[in-house]
Design a protein. Structure first.
Length: 253
């Protein structure tokens, strides 16, 4: 499990890494760490989906942690970001970015361990649901969270694209997969024979669905396109609200 620590105070970064290593040892986990002393250095070396979690100091020379998070969210909105700070002054900005958490320095062991327990539990739940298929005589079991889109050319074959951009061609019917995913509200039909994971939508125009990474799909007719845009907007709002409600429950508010 890869973890990024972005903090210009080496002693504090070392203290956090020590606590995380202790947490990993407690549960038999293996963490690897990438450490950066500035937001600029982190962004220069950043690769989407590389980290399980990113710890960002807010007060740094040059770019602040808030600045870095705003850029991250454009290309990788799902990787959990935890802000580290000596003050609660930026709590509002952190919430608006939908950061996973906001931890005061010096980091307390009990607080950090509780947050990590919650994060790993959620990630386990997120990846528990999968889609099974065969492609080129190889069996795959992909977490639904890692599937970006599912499309068909009208035959009994599907093209399943995962978050790395890899396309898997499999002999399954589109209607059968739609039935299997009927209870998964993250998947949206944007055109005949095309399902997309709304977590990967970058934006919707009147005529196109644009995914992170640049892939585009034409929408239904203009009238149906409005329905698609409304469903996506409601999904994003509900996801943000659910995350906010959970944070308030954790804070006892």
């Amino acid at each position: 499990m890869n973890i990024a620590i972005v903090d210009d105070r080496q002693a504090e970064a070392n203290a956090l890494k020590g606590l995380l290593s202790e947490y990993a040892g407690r549960d038999g986990l293996v963490f690897s760490f990438d450490e950066y002393t500035s937001g600029e250095a982190f962004l220069e070396n950043y690769e989407a989906f590389r980290y399980m979690i990113i710890f960002l100091d807010i007060y740094m020379d040059g770019m602040t942690g808030i600045d870095v998070a705003e850029q991250l969210k454009r290309s990788d909105p799902d990787t959990p970001i935890v802000f580290l700070t000596t003050s609660s002054d930026h709590m509002g900005a952190a919430l608006s970015i939908h950061a996973y958490d906001y931890i005061r320095k010096p980091v307390e062991k009990k607080r950090l361990f509780g947050m990590m327990d919650d994060l790993l539990r959620r990630q386990t739940e997120l990846h528990a649901k999968t889609l099974s298929f065969s492609s080129d005589k190889v069996d795959f079991v992909l977490p639904l969270a890692d599937i970006v889109s599912i499309g068909t050319d009208g035959t009994n074959y599907l093209t399943i694209t995962d978050k790395t951009g890899t396309e898997h061609r499999t002999r399954r019917t589109f209607s059968g997969v739609c039935e299997e995913l009927a209870d998964e509200n993250r998947f949206l039909s944007v055109n005949r024979g095309v399902l997309v994971n709304m977590d990967y939508i970058s934006r919707l125009t009147d005529t196109e669905c644009i995914l992170r990474g640049g892939a585009t799909y034409p929408l239904f007719t203009k009238k149906k396109g409005k329905d698609v845009k409304e469903k996506w907007k409601n999904y994003v709002l509900n996801r943000a609200r659910d995350g906010q409600d959970e944070k308030l429950r954790e804070e006892g508010l």
